[in-house]
Write a protein that binds this ligand. Structure first.
Ligand code: PXG
Length: 467
């Protein structure tokens, strides 16, 4: 593996990082005591840290490096684009070849008539754009009261003020007075934890019908849109029961509510189709995209609009007073286009659908035999396991959130990045992961589970709590 070896000593970099860098979603005091793990290079599905350890990246960075690390084609395209046109904007009646080609390519890949993209730098700002888009859409149609947006508890839509308000993360709302007004949250389709005695199918219907109840409470003349992830990612890879999405679609259609599918994680092959909307039979009016759009090689995202919306913006909307300096950035656009070419020409999405996705599903299910595991689930190449002290009862730990971090630490010590969300363990590896690499991932996960069970037992954590 090519790697940069001439970096300062790890301890020096850690000290400098601790002194000058404020990390996202991080307890700074705890990090500074321990020191950050410093990743210096990567290739395929493997990371290398500053101590020379090679670690299997079960999270594709942050769910984004779909084509894997080390694709020089993207570096070459970036270099060429920087020499030719490093920056120009897409405001004020200008455009450039890279963004034009990318917008056309996205239109060719997205389902139905999702044909027009407003570009952002990532998912958070794309979802902030969506708030303004849907409100401007309804106002342009003479319905200025249709402003309210319904989202879901434990959904994740980003970290800016608007997108964090769309998200349903209580810990985020607790800091800084969120959510902003005009947004409310309904129950999530999380059968394992919230389904009780209901079958997954009955529970899926019940969870979807919470949307209809909320629309009726607010009055449909006041509701602009419903936003949700096809499969919740950051919330813990929550795969909805099969009954959920058809009922959500029926309710949105019946009440004239725009449906926003946040495909930031599920887009670009993650679930074994180009978009999660295809896997789950969703017909969105707007799709949020980011992450896999460029496989994380450049920061870029967007909101893809159906013809119904695009037509209103093209005909009645007047000026849309909104945009980012880097909307459709040429280097990011050129890199994203090259990434989509690779995903397309190398049949990476169909390999997930036909080969590695089913293989992961089979091998991942084997983890369910471990005494610490209450459920396994997956969709394409995203998967979760529920850790539990009592699998038969689907019981949470009495000390909620105490065992997941232990398991995460054992994973990393055994050279596997697997993330914990409370006491759920989740993976979303690069889409180019091979079957032997999946075998390695499973082997390391089993070992981490064994060590976690030993620690949790020794620390007296194997006690059931209540939901
Ligand atoms: N929507 C969804 C569905 C996401 O998963 C965003 C929007 C925001 O995108 P940006 O590009 O602004 O980050 C996301 C991001 C995690 C984790 O630990 C997940 C995300 C970001 C950071 C960490 O699971 N998702």
């Amino acid at each position: 593996m090519d790697h940069i070896a001439n970096h300062p000593a790890t301890a020096d970099m850690q000290a400098s990082d601790a002194a000058h860098h404020l990390h996202p979603f991080t307890d700074t005091a705890a990090l500074n005591e321990k020191g950050a793990r410093i990743i210096t290079s990567a290739n395929g599905v493997m990371l290398r840290d500053s101590e020379g350890n090679e670690i299997l990246d079960g999270m594709a960075g942050l769910w984004c490096v779909n084509i894997g690390y080390g694709r020089n084609e993207l570096a070459d395209v970036a270099s060429r684009q920087m020499r030719e046109l490093p920056y120009y904007n897409t405001f004020f009646q200008t455009s450039h070849p890279a963004v034009i080609a990318l917008a056309e390519k996205i239109a060719s890949l997205t389902p139905g008539d999702l044909n027009r993209t407003f570009f952002s730098c990532g998912g958070s700002d794309a979802n902030d754009t969506n708030i303004r888009l849907v409100r401007h859409y309804w106002a342009s149609l003479g319905k200025p009261n249709k402003t309210h947006i319904i989202a879901r508890k434990n959904g994740y839509h980003g970290s800016a003020v608007g997108s964090a308000s769309l998200g349903g993360m209580e810990a985020m709302h607790a800091q800084g007075g969120l959510p902003i007004p005009g947004i409310s949250h309904i129950a999530q389709p999380y059968w394992y934890a919230e389904g009780g005695e209901l079958s997954p199918e009955d529970f899926g219907l019940q969870a979807a019908q919470a949307l209809e109840a909320e629309i009726e409470r607010l009055g449909e003349d006041n509701v602009a849109a419903f936003i949700a992830e096809p499969v919740q990612g950051a919330g813990g890879v929550i795969v909805p029961p099969s009954t959920y999405w058809p009922e959500i679609q029926r309710i949105c259609d019946a009440h004239e509510i725009l449906l926003i599918a946040d495909e930031v994680i599920t887009g670009f092959g993650r679930t074994g189709a180009w978009f999660g909307s295809e896997t789950y039979g969703i017909k969105p009016d707007i799709m949020t995209i980011a992450k896999g759009l460029s496989s994380g090689y450049q920061p870029i995202g967007g909101s893809v609009l159906s013809e119904k919306l695009a037509a209103v913006f093209a005909e009645k909307g007047g000026e849309f007073n909104h945009g980012y300096t880097y909307s459709g950035h040429p280097v990011a656009a050129a890199v994203a286009l090259e990434n989509l070419r690779i995903l397309d020409e190398e049949n990476i999405v169909s390999t997930v659908a036909k080969d590695t996705g089913p293989y992961l599903a089979k091998r991942w299910a084997e983890l369910g035999e471990h005494p610490l595991v209450g459920e396994t689930r997956s969709s394409g190449l995203m998967a979760a396991i529920e850790l539990t002290p009592d699998a038969a009862a689907r019981a949470p730990f009495a000390e909620s959130g105490s065992v997941g971090p232990i398991c995460r630490d054992h994973c990393v010590d055994n050279h596997l990045v697997m993330r914990h969300v409370g006491d759920k363990m989740i993976i979303a590896p690069p889409l180019v992961i091979t079957k032997p690499e999946i075998d390695t991932l499973i082997e390391r996960a089993f070992k981490a589970l064994d060590l976690t069970l030993k620690d949790a037992t020794a620390q007296g954590l194997m006690k059931s709590g209540s939901r």
